[in-house]
Design a protein around this ligand. Structure first.
Ligand SMILES: *[C@@H]1O[C@H](CO)[C@@H](O)[C@H](O)[C@H]1NC(C)=O
Ligand SMILES: *[C@@H]1O[C@H](CO)[C@@H](O)[C@H](O)[C@H]1NC(C)=O
Ligand SMILES: *[C@@H]1O[C@H](CO)[C@@H](O)[C@H](O)[C@H]1NC(C)=O
Ligand SMILES: *[C@@H]1O[C@H](CO)[C@@H](O)[C@H](O)[C@H]1NC(C)=O
Ligand SMILES: *[C@@H]1O[C@H](CO)[C@@H](O)[C@H](O)[C@H]1NC(C)=O
Length: 737
């Protein structure tokens, strides 16, 4: 097993040397411009228009253009695997990839998803996700993205996109912009201040564009009262001019509302081509775009630009040369004519394993080695008796939770439940397993009383708003465990002195009731781990590896502490500005239960010898616009280093984290913001140098008055630590004009 994993990672590292730069786009544009001249008007219109919902095998399909050998493009969900197809690998969700804080695993996951997409003939994989960013802890789709922190999300976007695109599929960065909740998502306006927009919500998309993402999806919501897919401000000005995006913008499914305005605002492709909620005829492009051009309301040059962008992305990924045919249909169960799963189950397992976050481990109750007896408690310990795919688009919370619900899902080829994996392990250790796999508290107490150690499984689910699960319309109604999880834990803790709580969750859960039980010795946070759930958990619980995940968001003591949440309103003013998640807790002096970046190991790490080598000059970033923004913004301006030592007695991995505080000359900014991290694998007593490379962007704020990224002058604060609050080393550096 372990050897297999190494070979997976070694292969991806080799592939990685091949990366597309601006030169790639230039060559692709030359090809696209030549091809454009061979197309007639009907073909051009067909390239930018979807063939209508369920009009082709994929969730999105465009028309082919025979004169240039261009196919009916196949666009397919989802960010965690190929949706509506089987067999495919059901990977851990984005939020688990974020929780690994491991660049190479983010890349490996993206590469494996990309390989499956390409193998199935998918041209465009509809992911990864940086919107929602996750400012609302109860937002229904926050698990599709990587982290509420824009820096961590940005790195994950970049690695995932490079992984996918090096496998040959076009990635799609979504949802642009401000798509933070499911309630009223097609009418709500996200009125985001310019500075918060840049420093939080745009930031990870800058990484995506820098990584040469082929496509971007505009979102359902409005931004500043204008539909995202009709907004000149966010499409033409922000995405294309300011970020220098050279690929194409597609609409979310049904997020287009006009023929002319959307074309003029910078939309390049309409999906799925017709309105799937309304009678036929609600087609905005197709022949209607042709008429608008003939009438002079949309310039011909705009259509030519749409087509050039779409073709350039296709050439960029070399999809003009021997790309596989679509090998499945989304509408008949998805059975594919090829098996593309390869050894990707091992990637899924490593990501799941390395995203497990150990929140509490009193008296070193974990790892468990050879327990005489274990009680396994809760419906979350077993697969839904009706099967892991029993609910369409995973729209129920029956059995162990390994994925949220909605379009961001894939079918499980299998799902290894915690009980399956623990039972297999117990055969090796001679452990007696006592099960109570419902959420009945009386049965749970009885099982708990009969075992040396009790493991209780609880969960919390969410998803996309078109499905309501147990009264939750996409967004979560609260941050409590589902199915009376608190009462289940209390019942177990009343009968057993060694209680381990395992949480499967899409996002933060309030754990105060559970933390208050003295008999709860350990809390294991497993997120939504995908098909290898149980195996990954056993790898950690039995100590084959030390846990090494870190929280990609804050776990508060009470829901109101976040200061944000989904709104039952038609406007969200984003009035919290920059102060979301730990930025808000730090600023307001609120103490979280478990802070952003937190996670324990079976070993300990010592930090020493901070080194600060920064040579930035204060002032605005200038230079030509390259993909991502002004070129100077991405220039290196030094590095910060520290020595990290595994000071314990077993091997383990530490995520060393760098936070920066801006000087007082900057406008009001969160006290510290993540600006570097590195996952370090260390044998017992081994030391290594952590090095955090800084670019100008990492030291900049968005200056609203000059509309530029500016490095402020003065003294910057440097914090290096094991979490956002467990700061081990501090220093400063000064930047002058
Ligand atoms: C455009 O080109 C296609 C493919 O060559 C052809 O089938 C179609 O008839 C042409 N349409 C027009 C209006 O010329
Ligand atoms: C939205 O409006 C705010 C307030 O006027 C402004 O600061 C911001 O730049 C606008 N955003 C966009 C994308 O136009
Ligand atoms: C898809 O494959 C499964 C498993 O092999 C089979 O049971 C099912 O009937 C197939 N469905 C279709 C529509 O072919
Ligand atoms: C999910 O569980 C509920 C409650 O036990 C049950 O009514 C429902 O039939 C289950 N659905 C599936 C598809 O398993
Ligand atoms: C949002 O801001 C507008 C304009 O300042 C204000 O009228 C409105 O009441 C605010 N909405 C909410 C929900 O706070």
């Amino acid at each position: 097993m372990i050897q297999l994993l190494f070979s997976v990672l070694a292969t991806t590292a080799a592939v990685r040397a091949y990366s597309l730069g601006s030169a790639g786009w230039d060559a692709a544009y030359s090809k696209a411009e030549r091809a454009l001249h061979k197309l007639n008007q009907t073909e051009k219109i067909g390239i930018v228009t979807g063939v209508t919902w369920e009009g082709g095998p994929c969730v999105g399909n465009t028309y082919s253009a025979e004169s240039i050998g261009y196919p009916s493009l196949c666009l397919q969900d989802s960010p965690l695997g190929v949706r509506d197809a089987n067999p495919v690998t059901a990977f851990p969700a984005g939020i688990n990839a974020g929780a690994t804080w491991d660049r190479s695993l983010m890349y490996a996951r993206g590469a494996a998803i990309g390989a499956e997409s390409k193998g199935l003939g998918v041209n465009v994989q509809l992911g990864p996700v940086a919107g929602p960013l996750g400012k609302n802890p109860d937002g229904g789709r926050i698990w599709e993205g990587f982290s509420v922190d824009p820096y961590l999300s940005g790195i994950a976007m970049e690695e995932t996109i490079q992984g996918m695109q090096n496998s040959g599929v076009q990635a799609c960065a979504k949802h642009w912009l401000g798509n933070e909740q499911e309630h009223n998502r097609e009418t709500i306006s996200s009125n985001i201040g310019d500075r918060a927009a840049h420093e939080l919500y745009v930031w990870p998309f800058m990484n995506a564009v820098k990584a040469n993402v082929a496509s971007v999806m505009c979102s359902y919501n409005k931004v500043n009262e204008t539909w995202s897919c009709e907004s000149d401000a966010i499409l033409n000005k922000l995405m294309k001019d300011e970020l220098g995006f050279r690929g194409y913008v597609m609409s979310d499914w049904n997020a287009q509302h006009t023929t002319v305005n959307s074309a003029l605002a910078g939309l390049d492709m309409t999906m799925p081509g017709s309105d799937f909620n309304s009678p036929p005829g609600s087609i905005f492009w197709g022949v209607n775009l042709q008429d608008a051009i003939a009438a002079g309301s949309v310039p011909q040059a705009r259509l030519d630009n749409m087509v050039t962008r779409i073709l350039a992305a296709w050439y960029l990924l070399d999809q003009d040369e021997g790309y596989p045919e679509v090998a499945f249909s989304s509408w008949n169960g998805g059975n594919a004519s090829v098996d593309v799963t390869d050894d990707h189950g091992s990637v899924a397992r490593v990501v799941a394993r390395d995203s497990v976050i150990l929140l509490k481990n009193q008296g070193k109750v974990l790892p468990i080695t050879r327990p005489k007896s274990l009680a396994i408690i809760g419906s979350d310990a077993v697969v839904n008796p009706n099967g892991p795919n029993a609910c369409s688009d995973r729209g129920c919370d029956n059995g162990t939770l390994a994925m949220g619900w909605g379009s961001g899902t894939a079918q499980f080829p299998y799902l290894v439940s915690p009980l399956d994996a623990i039972q297999a392990q117990s055969e090796r250790t001679g452990t007696k397993i006592i099960q109570s796999t419902t959420d009945d508290t009386i049965a749970a107490a009885k099982a708990a009383a009969a075992a040396e150690t009790a493991v209780v499984f609880i969960n919390s689910d969410s998803g996309e708003g078109y499905i309501t699960v147990e009264g939750n319309e996409g967004d979560r109604n609260n941050l409590d465990p589902w199915h009376n999880g608190n009462a289940l834990v209390e019942a177990v803790a009343a009968e057993n002195k060694n209680v381990i709580v395992v949480v499967h969750s899409v996002g933060p859960v309030i754990l105060e009731t559970i933390v208050a039980q003295p008999n709860v010795k350990a809390i294991v946070w497993a997120g939504i781990p995908g098909q290898e759930s149980g195996n990954a958990l056993v790898d950690v619980m039995y100590g084959a590896v030390s846990p090494s995940g870190k929280l990609p968001y804050t776990i508060a003591k009470q829901r109101s502490d976040y200061g944000t949440g989904w709104l039952n309103a038609e406007v969200d003013n984003f009035s919290e500005g920059l102060f979301i998640d730990y930025r808000h807790f730090d600023e307001s002096g609120l103490v979280p239960r478990y802070e952003f970046g937190y996670g324990l190991s079976y070993t300990t790490f010592a930090y020493s010898a901070i080194g600060i080598h920064v040579f930035a000059a204060a002032g605005p970033s200038t230079g030509p616009i390259i993909p991502g923004g002004p070129s100077e913004l991405f220039e290196p301006v030094g590095a910060i280093t520290a020595l990290v030592r595994n000071s314990g007695s077993v091997s383990g991995s530490e995520v060393a984290q760098l936070y920066i505080g801006l000087p007082d000359s900057a406008p009001r900014t969160p006290p510290k913001q993540l600006r570097g991290f590195q996952k370090l694998k260390l044998a017992a007593k081994q030391s290594t140098l952590a090095s955090f490379e800084l670019t100008r962007r990492d030291l900049s704020y968005w200056d609203v008055a000059t509309q530029k990224w500016v490095v402020p002058s003065g003294t910057f604060k440097v914090y290096i630590g094991s979490s956002s609050r467990d700061i081990r080393l501090q220093g400063t550096f000064t930047v002058k004009w």
